[in-house]
Design a binder for this molecule. Structure first.
Ligand SMILES: Cc1cc2nc3c(=O)[nH]c(=O)nc-3n(C[C@H](O)[C@H](O)[C@H](O)COP(=O)(O)OP(=O)(O)OC[C@H]3O[C@@H](n4cnc5c(N)ncnc54)[C@H](O)[C@@H]3O)c2cc1C
Length: 406
């Protein structure tokens, strides 16, 4: 409600948006945003894009100037960890032992890189925070032709590989699965991205894991040994759930929340990478790691704290930039049983329409931003589109929707 106090734990993309959205929606009570990083809340996507390439500095990453938080009465506490939540006393406990009372508390603690369970993991760098990106930039700065090994062919690993290749280093990506980005995109899209990387001179090895890392060497499970001046891992993340778990809330690969993003305690919500929520699009509990998810959930939780009763139903979407490829996905394409490709793959402009039981569940637009935009609208409105219609020669999403509207 309007005058109640809100404590947000974690000052990243989601946490800062909870505070901003509360003020935008007319909340007048105290808001405290506690983050354990030194930087003001910032966006992570440029860490594997412009920031890593040296095209953007920290000022270009921050979501809002410091003055915004002061001007809007948001108490931003930086460089401090919340170490506990006492639900009986309704206080958050900081590492410095200070307590902050709350009427509502929001967990927006994000996630951390999954530890690499192999000998020599201490030689491997991660890429989650601006401090991680700075450490990598320091190793690359002023050099060319270094041997760089990337462990993991997910979005982070591939985006990192693209930038480092552009900086004129030799890059090898090692992916244990038979396909890169297996959880996130269709085989068609993945194959095209692999082709794009190979055409730039990046070596991509699939179906082989990393057995050990030694000073200057990476040993693969198939016996291959790669020379490596720098090894970076992008093998996924672990949600930061420990404080919620200690506070007695339900946790299962994420802080479990209902369709209103409420935990098992009605005064506590969770949003963003740390939240496992009931998704109408996935048809069950899911945890998503994207800017869209962090921002939309944060805005929805602000509305819930203000007394709203709408469930969270936003359509998931995502983007990734690699070389000149803009890949945009609308909906969740994981679990599809049929795909139809539209456009010109040879020209690097196409969209993969993903269906499950004849129902469109998502679209992967590879340099086809109009398909992404139109696809979002279709998926949001629930308009039926069958694989047979999409497979017709000359099918175009724009004209097909215009015809429907006429
Ligand atoms: C390199 C990189 C590139 C990405 N690129 C894309 C992209 O192209 N497109 C896209 O959609 N998404 C992308 N993402 C994902 C997106 O950035 C995340 O999904 C988003 O940042 C999640 O926001 P969040 O607030 O939930 O978590 P975070 O942004 O991780 O913020 C959580 C914050 O809480 C802090 N915290 C944790 N525990 C505590 C505690 N106890 N006390 C105080 N503070 C705490 C953390 O240190 C962190 O600062 C990318 C992510 C990375 C790392």
């Amino acid at each position: 409600m309007r005058g109640e106090s809100v404590v947000v734990v974690g000052a990243g993309q989601a946490g800062s948006q909870v505070a901003v959205a509360l003020r935008e929606q007319g909340h007048r009570g105290p808001i405290t945003l506690v983050g354990d990083e030194q930087a003001a809340p910032y966006q992570r996507p440029p860490l594997t894009k412009g920031y890593l390439a040296g095209e953007t500095d920290l000022a270009g990453l921050v979501l809002r100037q410091d003055s915004y938080y002061d001007d809007h009465g948001i108490k931003l506490v930086r460089g401090e960890r919340v170490i506990g939540v006492d639900r009986q006393a309704r206080v958050a406990v900081l590492g410095c032992a200070r307590t902050i009372p709350y009427d509502h508390l929001v967990f927006a603690t994000g996630a951390r890189p999954r530890p690499l369970p192999i000998p020599g993991a201490e030689h491997v760098l991660n890429l989650r925070t601006v401090a991680d990106a700075d450490a990598i930039r320091e190793r690359l700065d002023g050099q060319i032709g270094l041997d760089v090994v990337v462990i993991g062919g997910g979005f982070i690993g591939l985006e990192f590989a693209a930038v480092v290749r552009k900086l004129r280093h030799e890059v090898t990506v090692v992916e244990a699965q038979s396909q890169v980005m297996q959880r996130a995109v269709s085989a068609e899209t993945a194959q095209h991205l692999v082709g794009r990387h190979r055409s730039e001179g990046v070596q991509i090895l699939t179906g082989t894991g990393v057995a050990a890392v030694r000073e200057g060497l990476v040993e693969l499970t198939d016996g291959t040994v790669l020379v490596a001046d720098l090894v970076v891992a992008g093998i996924g993340v672990v949600p930061n759930t420990e404080i919620a778990q200690r506070a007695g809330l339900a946790v299962d690969d994420g802080i479990v929340v209902d369709a209103h993003l409420r935990t098992t305690d009605p005064r506590i919500h969770a949003v963003g990478d740390c939240a496992r929520f009931a998704s109408t699009h996935a048809g069950g509990l899911i945890r998503l790691e994207s800017v869209q998810n962090a921002t939309d959930q944060a805005t929805a939780v602000a509305a819930a704290i203000m007394g709203g009763a709408e469930p969270y139903t936003a359509l998931p979407w995502f983007w990734s930039d690699q070389y000149d490829v803009k890949l945009q996905t609308a909906g969740l394409t994981n679990g599809h049983d049929r795909t139809v490709t539209v456009g010109d793959p040879a020209e690097g402009r196409f969209s993969v329409f993903c269906f499950k039981d004849e129902r469109l569940i998502g679209i992967e637009a590879y340099n086809r931003p109009i398909d992404f935009l139109m696809g979002r609208r279709i998926l949001e409105s629930g308009t039926a589109l069958t694989p047979d219609v999409v497979a017709q020669p000359g099918f175009d999403l724009r004209t097909s929707q215009q015809k429907k509207a006429a």
